[in-house]
Design a protein around this ligand. Structure first.
Ligand code: F6R
Length: 266
């Protein structure tokens, strides 16, 4: 796992975006895995700016969202269909028919989950999966005790997750109780993972993910199993890391061939 600690949330977004842009430059029809929530917004804004300036072409880029609430119509402003369209598809100018979100409004949710797995397989898998982390250590909506082998399925949201996401809804009870989410096994199949976390509320989960034991109590610890996982943090999210100085030293001494993009590293 490569851990990068940066002074500000803005630099976290810029640096993670440089990594994603590198993947797209190498493969113009790259398959991106998209997270929602606050954490990746700076990445999407940076990528959109690159597109606007003509530095990045995304016409052939394909994408799969991590998750969707059950029971919200795609037209609901907080459905992840809507959020992905608003924060990713439209600002970057992705082709809408190439952007996929699990169907949380399906009559048969199990079939919708199986179909989503089939669509990812048909696209030959995800090249780079963007991730945030919940304060309880979830990735996607794989709540604590999720199986490391899990695939896309229905999950019950943890009370902590519903409380954390209440900020997006008019009332706390409006937050759906269930979701469809890619499983930890699905996420681990992506060829590269990029997780971003900012703010002190994430510090404990980040510590457990990177330096704690591999445990389903911290689903994000699954990243320890992945050969190409990049974690980009601000100082507040990194505050509990015991080996923070080692991660800084490693990043400052990265050989040129390991850098994401010339001129975007210290
Ligand atoms: C959402 C998702 C979640 C979020 C996590 C952090 O698609 O996959 O795992 O990444 O809940 O959310 P924020 O970034 O809002 O703190």
């Amino acid at each position: 796992m490569q851990v990068v600690i940066l002074p500000s949330a803005a630099e976290v977004g810029r640096t993670a975006a440089a990594k994603i842009a590198q993947v797209i430059e190498r493969r113009p029809d790259a398959v991106l895995g998209l997270a929602t929530g606050s954490s990746p917004l700076a990445i999407y804004a940076d990528l959109a700016e690159r597109v606007r300036q003509g530095r990045l072409r995304v016409g052939a880029v394909r994408a799969f969202a991590l998750d969707e609430y059950v029971g919200l119509a795609p037209s609901h402003p907080q459905s992840y269909h809507h959020v992905i369209r608003r924060t990713v598809t439209e600002p970057l100018g992705l082709s809408p028919e190439l952007v996929h979100v699990p169907d949380g409004a399906a009559a048969d949710l199990e079939a919708a989950a199986a179909d989503y797995e089939a669509q990812i397989r048909a696209a030959s898998g995800v090249d780079v999966q963007i991730l945030g982390i919940g304060a309880n250590g979830h990735i996607g909506f794989n709540e604590p005790t999720s199986s490391f082998a899990s695939r896309t399925r229905i999950k019950t949201l943890a009370p902590r997750t519903r409380a954390d996401n209440a900020r997006f809804f008019d009332a706390a009870e409006d937050v759906p109780t269930h979701c469809l989410t890619q499983g930890l096994g699905t996420i681990l199949d992506a060829r590269e993972l990029v997780l971003v976390a900012t703010g002190e509320a994430k510090a404990e989960a980040v510590h457990a993910m990177i330096e704690g034991p591999l445990s389903s109590m911290c689903p994000a610890s699954a990243l320890q199993l992945h050969p190409h996982a990049l974690v980009v943090l601000d100082e507040a999210a990194a505050a509990r890391l015991e080996l923070a100085d080692y991660y800084r030293y490693t990043y400052e001494n990265l050989p040129a061939w390991q850098r994401f993009a010339p001129g975007e590293h210290p």
